[in-house]
Ligand binder design. Structure first.
Ligand SMILES: Cc1cc2nc3c(=O)[nH]c(=O)nc-3n(C[C@H](O)[C@H](O)[C@H](O)COP(=O)(O)OP(=O)(O)OC[C@H]3O[C@@H](n4cnc5c(N)ncnc54)[C@H](O)[C@@H]3O)c2cc1C
Length: 409
């Protein structure tokens, strides 16, 4: 999480928002003294667009709207009506997300609803994502209930952690306020945070402790701990030297496709589309070079996301299905993103602001086979008490999931 404020625009390098739906996250934000810094997304952000044949079409948000929507055709709605009568897939526990959706909801739902949703969360390939591990809550409903649609229409089972109202939030000065608050809190509690460390090495030491060796600002250090929690991304595990019996081959091999996050700024009058929603996601069959875009100045309209009379659009490019696009040089990337969103949103001038962050290894893909990595970690932790692994490759990639998994650990 990192935020850049420049020329009146606010650019997020990584996540743009957090889904606040769990009381444990509210409590944590309170403990970090962040409650008064929270900003909630504008109500218009409930609307989401799917790009179909070059046009962003609003996804229906209610049953009444579903009958008159332009994204899902009448035959698709008929197919949806059959869902409660479709038998459970025999390999529900081990199928791809695409296979699950095709079986229960049909191919059009995969192309124009569920598939784009996967692009938005994982920048992934629905044909490769492991349904049960990538979407555990949906998998539980699919296992326990006869129908996804009937289950969605019912009141959810009581959960003491679920907040009555869920909100998409950020902070007044952007997402970086969260790691900054952790830094302040941990330092105040007497904790020590060192960055830019190198030569990390973990070794067993007497009394069932662990010895941690590292270099910081040219000096070598060594310290004993009873517990070590390793929270570096899976693709950075190779930078730590573990004892010989800790073999992380499966975890190190998790695929992280590249993703580029490009904020483009325009004058409001140069964009025909009202940008009246959260953003737009490309449908699966769409011939476009972008994954989608967030309408960030709509999301948090009163919080300096763009100068007055300007708009900010955060375009995402790359991901599992189109990784090479995320590696374009900056001028080509800007031209590509601008060309694509100009078609979709009726933009009549060049961008007057840009801020690019390229993540060469962005989001861990919870693909078929991911279970091997999870089993590897469970085994290592059982055989090496005191060593734990946490991060977005284990138990959910959203910021909310990472916070809750962190608290559990
Ligand atoms: C472009 C993008 C947009 C996203 N948007 C959203 C969103 O809007 N909402 C949402 O909920 N989620 C979003 N996500 C996902 C979410 O941000 C991540 O999954 C989550 O932040 C990962 O948290 P983490 O702690 O596992 O890893 P990270 O946040 O990557 O933290 C790992 C830390 O380890 C450090 N590190 C690396 N190597 C070493 C080493 N050798 N020694 C010590 N430290 C090391 C890194 O510097 C880093 O600080 C987005 C992700 C990306 C890439």
């Amino acid at each position: 999480m990192r935020t850049t404020n420049k020329l009146g625009y606010l650019a997020e390098h990584g996540p743009n928002s957090i889904m606040l739906n769990d009381a444990r996250i509210s409590k944590l934000l309170d403990e970090l003294d962040l409650t008064h810094r929270i900003i909630a997304a504008d109500h218009s952000s409930a609307k989401r667009f799917i790009i179909k044949n070059g046009t962003p079409l609003a996804m229906p948000t209610s049953l009444r709207k579903i009958l008159f929507n332009k994204v899902l055709t009448f035959p698709t709605l008929l197919r949806l009506a059959r869902e409660p009568f479709i038998t459970k897939s025999p390999n529900l526990d081990d199928q791809s997300f695409a296979d699950f959706v095709r079986h229960r909801l049909g191919n059009t739902m995969l192309n124009y609803a569920a598939g784009p949703f996967v692009n938005g969360i994982y920048a992934g390939d629905p044909e490769k994502l492991h349904f049960r591990l990538a979407f555990p809550r949906m998998h539980k409903v699919a296992s326990d209930k006869r129908s996804l649609i009937l289950a969605a229409a019912k009141k959810p089972a009581p959960d003491p952690n679920r907040l009555r109202k869920k909100e998409i939030i950020s902070f007044q000065n952007g997402m970086q306020e969260l790691p900054d608050a952790f830094h302040k809190k941990l330092t105040n509690l007497g904790g020590k945070i060192l960055t830019e460390i190198s030569n990390s090495q973990i070794k067993p030491s007497p009394n069932n402790n662990w010895s941690y060796h590292f270099s910081h600002q040219g000096t070598d250090h060594q310290q004993e701990f009873d517990q070590i929690i390793v929270t570096v991304p899976a693709h950075r595990l190779h930078t730590i030297q573990f004892p010989e019996n800790i073999n992380l081959e499966q975890t190190k091999a998790i695929y992280h496709p590249p993703v580029a996050s490009l904020l483009l700024g325009y004058k409001r009058t140069d964009v025909k589309h009202p940008l009246d929603g959260f953003g737009m996601l490309a449908s699966i069959p769409e011939k476009t070079d972008i994954l989608g875009a967030l309408f960030t100045s709509t999301l948090f309209p009163d919080h300096h996301r763009a100068p007055t009379d300007h708009v900010a659009i955060n375009v995402m490019l790359g991901g599992s299905r189109n990784p090479s696009i995320a590696c374009l040089p900056e001028p080509e990337m800007i031209a590509t993103a601008h060309r694509e969103i100009s078609k979709n949103l009726g933009i009549t001038s060049d961008p007057i602001f840009h801020h690019l962050t390229t993540w060469k290894k962005a989001i861990p893909q919870v693909n078929l086979g991911h279970e091997n990595a999870l089993n590897e970690l469970t085994k290592i932790e059982a055989n090496n008490p005191g060593i734990k692994f946490a991060g977005n490759y284990r138990g959910g990639i959203s910021v909310g999931d990472c916070l809750i998994n962190g608290m559990n650990i």
